[in-house]
Design a protein around this ligand. Sequence first.
Ligand code: HEM
Length: 156
Amino acid sequence: MSTPPLHPALGPLNFLLGTWRGQGEGGFPTIQAFEYGEEIRFWHSGKPVMAYSQKTWRSASGEPMHAESGYWRPKPDGSIEVIIAQSTGLAEVQKGTFDAENKSVVLESETVANASKVKSISRSFKVAGDHLEYTVSMATNTHPLHPHLRAVLKKV
Ligand code: HEM
């Protein structure tokens, strides 16, 4: 089946659409630094919502690591709501803003559910040329907000 036309509500977020692949690095005060490979996909089915999926693998071995998927729901006023389900069982409701001109999205968790350690999660995304960069910070029951992930992916 061919892809239906993009819903106008997704126009300002169309810089995300497609498949992105690249490398990231992770850390936190309580863990050892690590490197990972990653693929992110954004797609749509004609509805005013963008689908999102992500998978990661250990750089050295290719062994699967964390994965997650969800839905991105931009609003006409520049705000956005993102729902994410993680392979670890954690669920997030993220709220934030997007900037179509800057090709950026900034999110903060409104809800983090079914998590044993995580209290809050902040995510920021930026597209520049054919690269997508993002950072993820989290607060846990032992540490305030601190970077956990940083990655740069290229459009494939
Ligand atoms: C550790 C949360 C994404 C790899 C952790 C810990 C937490 C956590 C709470 C334990 C920290 C501690 O014990 O103090 C999250 C959240 C994520 C996320 C909320 C997404 C928003 C990822 C991704 C990867 C990853 C994408 C891999 C690419 C790891 C590794 C560790 C870790 C390797 C250390 C070893 C382990 O505990 O399994 N993460 N994580 N995480 N995370 Fe993440």
